[in-house]
Ligand binder design. Sequence first.
Ligand SMILES: [Zn+2]
Length: 266
Amino acid sequence: MGGTPVEADKPAEVPVAPSAQPSTCRLALTEAIAIAPSIPDIHGRGGCGGHDLVRLEAVVLPDNHQVAVRPEAILRCEMATAVANWIRTDVNALASKLGSNISELDNFDSYECRGRNRVAGAQLSEHGRANALDIRSLKLANGRVISLTDRNVPRDLREAVLHSACTRFATVLGPGSDGFHEDHIHLDLMDRRNDYRICQWDVWDPLPQKAPMLPAKRPEQAPPREVAAKPGGESDVDKPAAEEDSAASAAAEKPTAEKRSTKKRR
Ligand SMILES: [Zn+2]
């Protein structure tokens, strides 16, 4: 028996002494790379939590511009580093090609103690280990917002993000993966045997532009609506009907013009 018998009775959630040596990751994640102060370990229920956590507030680009992470993300140091490196190199290069800088990363979810896909009782999500980040969009300094799951964002742009993400992260889930990622991209560093990776993100083509479902246009010869209406019916048929018709034909014509330009894009 050691000199501290009290220790054995303590639950596992005892705060860890803050005197622990900073990790290699912590030492490497300097303010030249990211604004990411360390935060205390989290020991949640059901295996949630982690150690060597940081609050990723911003990624610092090589030219010292800062990319704000909004809201700040709670991540393990390794995950924060992977996100920072991805933004600093791949995403920054992509933004440069577009003639701008990346200025903001939209954090849709980082640490959260929950099962996968928020399904109760499911296997613990990597979010519960502070090892995952969900993002929806990247914002450029020129104001442009690149929504990653928007079919109308140029395909090559979304594909470039997909390929770079799948190179850096162990798991990338997006539209078409499982139905839970149609509006965001999930990134994590899940540790799997043999470095097995999952990269599932279908970069959809824009939807074909279809005219909305509208009632067929009334032929000129059709009897006026008040005649067709049931005798004694409400007078909801006269002027509003005429307005409806003209709005309908205007709406039906507009997509036709857009259709042509969409087609050219392939
Ligand atoms: Zn996620």
